[in-house]
Design a protein around this ligand. Sequence first.
Ligand code: ZN
Length: 152
Amino acid sequence: MKKAAFKHKEEMAEETAIETLERELDFTHGTAVAYVRARGRCEYCGCDLIMSRQGYAIAEIDHLLPKSEFQSLPDELNFVLSCRPCNGVKRGRSVLRPNETAVKMLTDHRSKLIERVREDIAEQMKQYNKNWRRVTEVLHEVWWMSRQLPNK
Ligand SMILES: [Zn+2]
């Protein structure tokens, strides 16, 4: 009983936040819903997109199911708050399986679709992460050597 009342308050707070973003910042309904639903975090990697200006600068709206294949889906169902790196890796790939219905999956099994995208991104990111670690090592070596050599 107590939990239900709490849930209701959270939903009211969400509705107010959505209305405020629409009214004050001209966010479309779909975009405002995506920001509020995700609580300002990338729904794929979880990075915070509102705590810093750098984060906010790479916030994007992704179509969970690609726009090219699913034009008629309501934005509030299909929009996902994403960071630019995740969105860039995901691109237009669809995680919907042949026997699944788009609206039903977005409504009832949204987290399942998100999870599939996460796995796909993680797979795509493997080479990227390897490169990143190597750049870190190489530049760390430069930093280390510059500390070892006497200044001229
Ligand atoms: Zn991300």
